[in-house]
Design a protein around this ligand. Structure first.
Ligand code: FAD
Length: 522
């Protein structure tokens, strides 16, 4: 007689690529109702490489490498528990259509996701599971709170200012406590771990070209995420954590002046709640900075934009997006190319874009500077185009956070003080007067005297010659003249605001990061 196929339970990893604080994974590990005690299931932790995502999300070599490292780390942690990661390929509905039968699946769990494609995909999988009589359970753990409950506490409307969001979450109280990582899988049938069909992808499969990758400064994976959290948010650094004020951190320090936990939060290698509760520990009742500038507030910014992104239709677009001003941006591919490839002729901007392309992470105020430059400040190109470049190059590229911050910087939503423009010359000088950051990322300018490092076009020809770098030959001429285009762009913004005024949502932020000190630097 043929032996009966043992049953399985599936935890489907998508974001949330971790074992710690993973309530959906724990839900998967519960005993199956009504099953005989001698009928142990097999645990099948699954990741699906979905061609829709590969086709529709721009993902550069650095992030693909980070992602592969993350899967490798997760598989390694699961193997230590006697399990493994099963990596399947294909449309999730088709994949599960086969696996549900093949593995005799009784339960599937996953962490909820808020992006439009994910919601629609998950709805299809829930229907499929229900049709097959498979129990499915989901949990919310990518954000501190359930975005729906934030909206409910805000009387059914989406908070559209950080102040509002902060007051709402503070009225809710602390987010849920974190849950422990599983430490043994004794209630599961031991399994053969060498089924090659579900092996991890190789770098060839993910099309990672090492020659296109920069130095691996931020390796992927949960273990590295927890190590980094321990290193950055710890009692030894309590003073830094407690006194943290985002506008006082530097966009152009040679070592990051903020935590660089964003890539780990993006993939869920690190739980936002683990970060939150660590902060509570380190604050431990002592005096500390407050929202909107504190380190805790950075998690609130994330919550703010996740909540908005989960509720507002076409959040990542200008058209059809109810909170986004309709601005007649130019469409000049040459300008976009120059910006994206660090060829604007403004050393501060080009150094930031070089750091982004080679290392995959740049400071928040560096993001402000280049985003303002591309849009309302200088080049008058659409924020959607800039967002696409960030989507490709950032390790932390995140659907909600990227769109929200680009709307902010282009004064298309959330922020409306469009007359506060970053100078591509003066802003960087404040924190790095000698231009060490520029010298690091643009070595062709290394020998320029401090006086000209932010404005090499002003250097006399003899100085350029002595520095071994002639502007227009070895380094590009300025793509636009900031002081001239600024006047023109302010006029265009003024007109665009007037044209939008009838439909404008007046409920917008008036005082964002950065601080007052950073008014127009022109
Ligand atoms: P920290 O200052 O150490 O903050 C801790 C965490 O708080 C971050 O890891 C991040 O998860 C969250 N956080 C901090 N600032 C913000 C913010 N303004 N909005 C939302 N969450 C925040 N962040 C992304 O994670 N993904 C993106 O795709 C992204 N795109 C951006 C695009 C633009 C144009 C701008 C101006 C900002 C963007 N940000 C994005 C927000 C912010 O710049 C990064 O989260 C931050 O710089 C990450 O560095 P960190 O981890 O050292 O931050």
């Amino acid at each position: 007689m043929a032996s009966k196929e043992p049953c399985s339970v599936v935890h489907w990893f998508r974001k949330g690529l971790r074992l710690h604080d993973n309530p959906a994974l724990l839900a998967c590990l519960k005993p199956i109702d009504g099953s005989a005690s001698d009928e142990l299931p097999i645990l099948r932790p699954v990741y699906i490489i979905d061609p829709w995502l590969t086709k529709n999300i721009k993902c550069g070599h650095n992030r693909r490498r980070f992602f592969l490292q993350t899967l490798q780390d997760l598989d390694c942690s699961l193997r230590k528990l006697g399990s493994r990661l099963y990596v399947a390929r294909g449309d999730p509905e088709l994949v599960f259509g086969i696996l549900f039968t093949k593995w005799n699946v009784k339960r599937i769990t996953w962490e909820e996701d808020t992006e439009p494609y994910s919601k629609e995909r998950d709805a299809r999988i829930s229907i499929l599971a229900a049709e097959r009589g498979i129990e499915f359970e989901t949990r919310i753990s990518h954000t501190l709170y359930n975005p729906e409950s934030i909206v409910a506490h805000n009387l059914g409307s989406v908070p559209l200012t950080m102040q509002k969001l902060t007051s709402v979450v503070q009225s809710i109280g602390h987010p849920a406590k974190t849950v422990e990582a599983p430490n043994c899988l004794e209630n599961f049938l031991p399994q053969s771990l060498d089924d090659a069909e579900y092996n991890l992808p190789t770098s060839e499969e993910l099309d990672i070209d090492e020659s296109q990758c920069g130095p691996c400064l931020y390796p992927g994976g949960e273990n590295e995420a927890l190590r980094r959290l321990d290193d950055k948010v710890c009692f030894e650094k309590a003073k830094w954590v407690r006194e943290f004020e985002k506008p006082q951190t530097s966009p152009n320090s040679l070592e990051p002046s903020t935590t660089v936990l964003s890539p780990y939060l993006k993939y869920g290698c690190l739980s936002a709640r683990t970060f939150y509760w660590r902060l509570i520990d380190v604050y431990s009742g002592a005096k500390h900075s407050k929202p909107p500038v504190s380190l805790m507030a950075q998690l609130y910014w994330r919550e703010f934009f996740y909540t908005a992104g989960s509720q507002i239709k076409n959040f990542d677009k200008m058209k059809g997006n109810a909170i986004c001003k309709q601005i007649p941006w130019d469409n000049n591919p040459t300008m976009l190319e120059a910006w994206a490839n660090a060829k604007t002729g403004y050393p501060f901007i080009d150094a930031i874009m070089t750091q982004l392309r080679t290392e995959g992470w740049i400071h928040h105020l560096a993001r402000h500077s280049v985003a303002c430059f591309l849009t309302r400040g200088d080049l008058w190109q659409s924020w959607e185009k800039g967002k696409e470049v960030f989507e490709e190059l950032l390790l932390d590229a995140d659907w909600s956070l990227n769109a929200a911050n680009w709307m902010w910087l282009s004064a298309s939503s959330f922020f409306r003080q469009y007359f506060r423009v970053y100078s591509p010359i003066a802003f960087g000088k404040k924190t790095d007067p000698n231009g060490d950051y520029i010298r690091k990322y643009l070595p062709q300018l290394r020998k320029f005297p401090n006086e000209y490092i932010y404005e090499p076009w002003n250097a006399p020809f003899a100085v350029q010659k002595a520095a071994g770098c002639i502007v227009g030959t070895d380094y590009p001429k300025r793509i636009v003249e900031h002081s001239q285009v600024l006047k023109q762009n302010l006029g265009r913004m003024k007109r665009a605001y007037a044209d939008n005024s009838k439909t404008e949502n007046s409920n917008m932020e008036s005082s964002p990061v950065p601080s007052k000190k950073q008014k127009s630097q022109d």
